[in-house]
Design a protein around this ligand. Sequence first.
Ligand SMILES: [Ca+2]
Length: 310
Amino acid sequence: MIDVDTGQPIAVRKYGAGANDVSDMVYAIPSAPGVLDVDGDGFADVIYIGDLGGNIWKWVVRAAGTHAPSSSELHQANWSFRKFFSDDPTRTAGSRSRSFFFSPAATMVNSILHIGIGTGERANMNCSSTLDGCTLANRYYVLKDRNVWDSGSPSTIDGRATGNSGDLTDVTIYEDDCPGVEPKGFFFTLATDGEKFVTNSEVFNAFFFSSTFAPDISNICDPTGSSLLYGFLAKCGQGFFGPPSTASPIAGTERTLDIGKGVPTDARLSIAPGDGSNRLIISKQDGELINIDSGASAADHGMMYWREFD
Ligand SMILES: [Ca+2]
């Protein structure tokens, strides 16, 4: 964290073996951080950022820090910093899979902070099980943080499924419904070999939106690929698209919308009063613009989107 007036560091957390270094922060961190003002007072409170090893780090910066810290005070002792999430705590350190290349999106549902983030080797779009060893299917994770200020001794969320020693519910099959017991946190797994999340996430009206790219390397001299836009309920992963679900009418029956060939950009929201005037806009590699109705806002969905606090 840098002082904008002086350019001097205010706070630093780094890998190393010294005092106040972080010994297990061994992966590169290419994304921008997700910086949240959770209590809405205009000041940042908590920061989440993913790394290339499937970990998410959390920094609670709400308490008063040390003013003009010396080099030995730069870790800012009042600001809790820890590994918040690991997609698989049993994986050998140094091996790489389910990388986070984008910052997380966040929303409040029923007063619980929901954090959404997808995985994928963005730096190697053609990576798949037959090229460059991307054998592990990518996922989208929704993590519910019930202890935003990290009181007590919080543990790292284990990203494996509850049936596999982890903490999360696998909702992959719950495309048109929510599980009977609302998940404490969940993931769904991508179906296509080499498919990866390649955009930031947008969040609106308690739905997350993000897009994937799946390579077609059948002609390796001229690789192509196609894109899917994913939209789903923050609380359980039920799909946004298709007709309203008969099992769970709060959302639809499909999690994906085919947006054709090429690599998509980040989805952009355009919000206006009236039915049908909230639009989600995505531009494609070939210049085509995708423009879809992102749904009317509904009070029972909770917070519309994070920037309404501004
Ligand atoms: Ca705040």
